[in-house]
Write a protein that binds this ligand. Structure first.
Ligand code: GDP
Length: 452
């Protein structure tokens, strides 16, 4: 995932600090320096990094922290909050109302994924009962209309555009009028992107905006955008009233700090992220779970959403009940592996699960990890019900391990590896003990609990 390297470096710095016997000025400074270096290396804008460091130092005044205060927790929390602050402008995006015609205009540089994202956005809302429509006001790029038309047809979303008309303002106005008459409640206007910011692009954007009076302008930004990102985002913000951001290509391996900086420059909330080329590779964005995920703390809310999405309804209460009791048996691990393999883009799901991320599936080695999970499951197929349902680690003695190894035809060493993995996950998942089991829609409360 984008920003994975930054997340890894910050987690390591925090981990090293946690290993220190006493947290004094030097340990804190070493940790902050390490984090600063990681942020700069990831292309986060210098001023943001400097502000972040100053703020953390202000909050974490070691002299003022009485002995007995949990300094590590306070430092971790300060870093977590500062990272959230970069991404959180403190105000939500304008809320559109279903059933009432709204115009949403998409802007961004060419290649940022704007046209793809328009369709993903339309498709997402269509699934939620909206009546979206797409207008192609990109007359600059040859093939833009065909692309939008193709995507829209696939998703069965009405579209409007022209092969002959060269005035984007005219097309935008005609499209919006037509779909208002057809009672569409989400009219999405895709505008031209250019290779770099240029006066003509901004002028055209301003004109389309003036003519269609959008309720919301969404700035689409490629996550691999580098150092220039901050200025580019600011230029867009100054030309049209950007109200929200969508960051695309989060499934790649870009450094991502430029995108973080650009988001800060727009002072607008990120509402979705693009995680692949397909229509449904699109996720609602929530700052806190995202930063948790980045710092390797897992993203319980995203994970719970996934559970609700893929675990059969009748099995959800039982699984959540077991987890909230802190019982993590080998059978639960087996079932989790089974669901994970079903959940699709394995990297995304893993990064949401506390303990499953970098440890079980290092970045870029998804195929190997998938094979490892399948291997673990084969070994577990040779276990008895008693072994699968026990939470007593002493049960797995030498003779049982040998029997399992013979049963699945794998070396004893592999079975021991699998049991070690189980112990590690059981420890992480033990943290869920005592948690209130969330229903759909209650996810953020759970996530707050876990991050506290
Ligand atoms: P536009 O010029 O801004 O309209 O960009 P396009 O929508 O044509 O997208 C440019 C390329 O980026 C296309 O190949 C898309 O399939 C790809 N793309 C868009 N969003 C994503 C994403 O979230 N992940 C990945 N991997 N590719 C994406």
């Amino acid at each position: 995932m984008v920003l994975a390297q930054l997340g890894g470096s910050i987690s390591r710095a925090l981990h090293q600090m946690s290993n220190a016997t006493v947290i004094d000025e030097k340990v804190l400074n070493d940790c902050l320096n390490e984090i600063t270096r990681a942020l700069l290396q990831a292309d986060v804008q210098f001023k943001l990094v400097r502000d972040m460091q100053t703020n953390i130092k202000k909050i974490v005044n070691l002299d003022d922290l009485a002995a007995g205060h949990n300094k590590r927790k306070i430092i971790q929390q300060a870093i977590f909050n500062e990272l959230c602050k970069i991404l959180d402008p403190g105000k939500p995006a304008f809320t559109l109302k279903k059933g009432k015609p709204s115009v949403v205009m998409f802007v961004g540089l060419q290649g940022s994924g704007k046209t793809t994202t328009c369709t993903k956005y339309a498709y997402y809302h269509q699934k939620k009962g909206w009546k979206p429509a797409l207008v192609c006001a990109d007359t600059f790029r040859a093939g833009a209309f065909d692309q939008l038309k193709q995507n829209a047809t696939k998703a069965k979303i009405p579209f409007y555009g022209s092969y002959t008309e060269s005035d984007p303002v005219r097309i935008a106005v005609e499209g919006v009028e037509r779909f208002k008459k057809e009672n569409c409640d989400l009219i999405i206007v895709d505008t031209s992107g250019r290779h770099k910011q240029e006066a003509a692009l901004f002028e055209e954007m301003r004109q389309v905006s003036e003519a269609t009076k959008p309720d919301l302008v969404i700035f689409v930004m490629d996550s691999s955008i580098g150092q220039a990102a901050f200025d580019q985002a600011q230029a867009f913000k100054q030309s049209v009233a950007v109200g929200a951001v969508i960051v695309t290509k989060m499934d790649g391996h870009a450094k991502g700090g430029g995108a973080l900086s650009a988001v800060a420059a727009t002072k607008s909330p990120v509402i979705f992220i693009g995680t692949g080329e397909h229509m449904d590779e699109f996720e609602v964005f929530d700052v806190k779970p995202f930063v948790s995920r980045l710092l390797g703390m897992g993203d319980w809310s995203g994970f719970m959403d996934k559970i609700h999405e893929v675990v059969p309804m009748d099995q959800q209460p039982e699984l959540l009940q077991k987890l909230s009791e802190g019982t993590f048996t080998l059978r639960i691990m087996y079932e989790q592996f089974h669901h994970i393999l079903k959940m699709g883009p394995i990297g995304q799901v893993f990064s949401m699960l506390p303990g499953f991320g970098q440890e079980l599936m290092p970045q870029g080695r998804e195929k190997e990890s998938q094979a490892k999970i399948k291997r673990y499951m084969t070994m577990m197929d040779s276990m008895t019900n008693e072994e699968l349902d026990s939470s007593n680690p002493k049960l797995m003695n030498e003779s049982r391990i040998m029997r399992i190894a013979r049963g699945c035809g794998r070396p004893v060493r592999d079975v021991v590896d699998m049991l070690e993995e189980y112990k590690r996950l059981a420890k992480v998942w033990g943290k869920m003990k005592g948690l209130k089991i969330p229903k759909k829609g209650e996810m953020s409360a759970l996530s707050r609990n876990m991050n506290a």
